[in-house]
Design a protein around this ligand. Structure first.
Ligand code: ATP
Ligand code: MG
Length: 485
């Protein structure tokens, strides 16, 4: 069937470009799903999306086209004869066995540029490349709850295939700035120190900033376990495979399993697969928010997502600017973080917690800089505290929730300020105090901090597995600062 002149040709078929036609293609005349988001409403039956598809798209009987691998250079494939949009997934055949998957990342001089979602072993020149699925759409749905998947949405938990019925645009659905309703309600993370001293809000975006091995992942684990959320979506991007299996084992067994999804793409996977994992986790969270749910989105780590975006940008020839990061890499994490927040339309929310690798007090790192400017709060972990065995090693004086003053009463703010002032004063004068060089009476705040030091430290410490709800956290703060000392 010919496309009408004013109609866009179907991305996978029709008369654009000089594609190769596969006469043996069994799917000749088969009708692929249209490239439009189909978010399923609650009252729909299973065939409603299919009916919508049939109305939306004309049946296209042109033969299916395929491309041929023309060049492979450092992870970048050049394919001739293909006319598909950026973001489309393709299968590259290599004789027998499972085909390799590749994603379109750009085009140049009539050739399509692709990146393999695996390694290049077995790839040969002239291999056939066929588009699959719907370009730019990721699988989402309730079927993902209780499951662990990879960056393509395929199960990695050995529990059988996932029959998803909805798809979601990988780049998100752009809402107007006014659809983001403000943060008004406090979000219980299950940690005493954070609930009381840096109270977070529902729909807030928070960064956990620390050097490597200071306890970011353990803290995220505690929050995933203790937070008050209807759905928890966890993206483990570019981390160690061992941590992924640990996490899945710990979180996918208990009662919370039914409302948790894990998207895991360990460090040894291709950069576009890591990026896809981050997009999939965010898309899943958006899908649940659309259904009015209170979602917690956890991403470990945002820095690794930026690294993946940097690799892709450099491969496409973009110049590396700040510390080798091309502008598109920093734009990628900004876009990703901006997708979290409250939705006025659905009443749902995504509270986002992202880890950021920040060694020392490194102000030059562009990812730290970008994250700090776009997030609405950050938890700073200190290596000194970790070395002293104080866990979670939260540097409370450096940590900040930018929405706290909007969501807690003035009395609570005053207690939290007093606590922070004492901790900051003690840490600044710690050496003097330990040497015995400080003379009591010189500074009333420091006097009180010295007197209460053990109690303050005990307040900040919390065992892994222990959950302290927000009301208990506030009561404990009131009891400690309000009456003691
Ligand atoms: N709450 C805690 N209680 C006891 N030990 C902890 C705690 N948090 C962290 N640790 C110790 O610190 C180690 C490193 O923690 P974690 O893996 O969370 O660091 P990380 O900041 O995620 O590191 P990386 O940047 O390398 O991913 C843990 O293996 C553990 O020994
Ligand atoms: Mg970690």
């Amino acid at each position: 069937m010919l496309n009408a002149p004013d109609q866009e040709p179907h991305p996978f078929r029709g008369g654009v470009g000089v594609g190769f036609v596969d006469p043996s293609d069994a799917s000749l005349g088969e009708h692929p799903p249209p490239p439009s988001p189909s978010v399923q409403g609650r009252g729909d039956t299973w065939f409603t999306p299919l009916l919508a598809d049939m109305h939306a798209d004309e049946i296209d009987l042109t033969p299916r086209r395929y491309g041929l691998v023309a060049a492979c250079d450092g992870g970048l494939l050049e394919v001739s004869g293909l006319s598909v949009p950026v973001g489309a997934l393709c299968h590259v055949s290599h004789g027998r066995g499972e085909p390799l998957s590749a994603e379109v990342i750009g085009f140049r001089n009539g050739r399509t540029l692709m990146m393999l979602l695996g390694d290049t072993v077995l790839l040969r020149p002239g291999a056939k490349v066929r588009p699959v699925g719907s370009p730019g759409l990721l699988p989402v749905g309730e079927a993902f709850l209780g499951r662990a998947v990879d960056g393509e949405g395929k199960p990695i938990d050995g529990l059988g295939p996932i029959h998803h019925r909805s798809e979601w645009p990988a780049g998100g659905v752009r809402a107007s700035a006014l659809d983001r309703s403000p943060v008004r309600e406090s979000f219980d993370v299950g940690l005493r120190a954070l609930n009381a001293l840096t109270t977070f809000g529902v729909g807030q975006r928070i960064g956990i900033m620390a050097g490597s091995g200071v306890g970011k992942s353990v803290l995220l684990d505690m929050i995933a376990h203790g937070a008050e959320a209807e759905i928890v979506v966890v993206g483990l991007i570019g981390e160690r495979a061992r941590e992924v299996s640990d996490f899945v084992e710990r979180h996918m067994n208990g009662i919370k399993r039914g409302h948790t999804v894990v998207v895991a793409v360990p460090a040894d996977h291709a950069p576009n697969l890591r990026l896809r994992g981050a997009l999939l986790a965010t898309s899943l969270a958006e899908h649940f928010r659309e259904g009015g749910k209170r979602v917690l989105l956890i991403m470990d780590s945002l820095t690794r997502v930026a690294h993946a975006a940097r690799e892709i940008g450099l491969l496409l020839g973009e110049p590396g600017a700040a510390r080798g990061y091309p502008p598109s890499a920093l734009a990628t994490i900004t876009k990703l973080v901006e997708r979290a927040g409250n939705s006025a339309a659905s009443g749902g929310s995504i509270t986002g917690i992202y880890t950021v690798l920040a060694d020392g007090d490194n102000q030059d790192d562009p990812v730290v800089d970008t994250a700090r400017s776009i997030l609405d709060g950050h938890i700073v972990l200190s290596r000194d505290l970790a070395q002293r065995g104080q866990y979670p090693a939260i540097d409370i004086a450096a940590s900040l929730s930018r929405v706290m003053n909007d969501i807690v009463p003035p009395g609570h703010q005053a207690l939290a300020r007093e606590f922070r002032a004492m901790v900051a004063s003690y840490e600044a004068n710690r050496d003097l105090v330990l040497m015995g060089a400080y003379r009591a009476g010189a500074d009333p705040v420091l006097d009180r901090a010295i007197h209460m030091h053990d109690a303050l430290t005990a307040f900040l410490c919390q065992q892994q597995g222990e959950i302290v709800p927000i009301d208990d956290s506030l009561a404990a703060l009131g009891a400690l600062i309000g009456h003691a000392g």
